[in-house]
Write a new protein. Structure first.
Length: 186
């Protein structure tokens, strides 16, 4: 589980139409026609008289064809309020009544998701970091035949990793195999 990102969360749950309305732009429900830009009076040569924003509900974004700018809900709110994106995200989340999960709730959701498969690319990186730490000249040694063959064998076995227990077993066995391989030609 990734750590909570308020910008990502706000962009996913706050409709762009809601942010347009906060910015003073009237949006008819289900509209597919263009609407006015909240920055038109300031930045448009026609002082914002023409509707220049197209709403893309499928991506929850808008495009102003006069400003030539695209906006997500958070980016539009940040620009309108003149604040940083993270602060705008929190204000939007509060506006729609979102409550950040507590640490206990996040832990419970991690405990419930025991069916998640470990990220094998991260395991591969972990093994290479280990090798780099235990072997001062890893950048050279990794290309030696016996070392590269052993590393390749370890990485091939990542296909067998299906859960956390497998991941722990693979990493410990791979560390031992790499240590033996690195000690052979010292």
């Amino acid at each position: 589980m990734r750590w909570f990102d308020p910008i990502e969360k706000a962009n996913s749950i706050v409709p762009i139409e809601t942010v347009l309305e906060i910015a003073g732009v009237k949006v008819e429900p289900g509209t597919t026609s263009k609407v006015h830009c909240p920055f038109g009076e300031i930045f448009h040569s026609d002082s914002g008289l023409a509707p220049t924003i197209r709403i893309y509900t499928e991506t929850n974004t808008i495009q102003c064809f006069r400003c030539n700018s695209s906006y997500t809900p958070v980016w539009l709110a940040a620009q309108f309020w003149g604040i940083k994106s993270k602060n705008a995200a929190w204000k939007l989340l509060e506006h729609v009544g979102f409550k950040q999960p507590t640490l206990d709730e996040m832990w419970s959701s991690c405990e419930e998701s025991k069916t998640l498969v470990p990220d094998v690319s991260e395991l591969a990186v972990a093994l290479q970091i280990f090798c780099n730490r235990v072997c001062v000249n890893w950048n050279r040694r990794q290309f030696e035949k016996n070392v590269s063959v052993m590393l390749n064998r370890c990485l091939i076995l990542l296909d067998k990793v299906k859960n956390d227990t497998d991941a722990n077993l693979w990493l410990e066995a791979s560390k031992k195999a790499m240590l033996l391989s690195l000690e052979e030609n010292q």
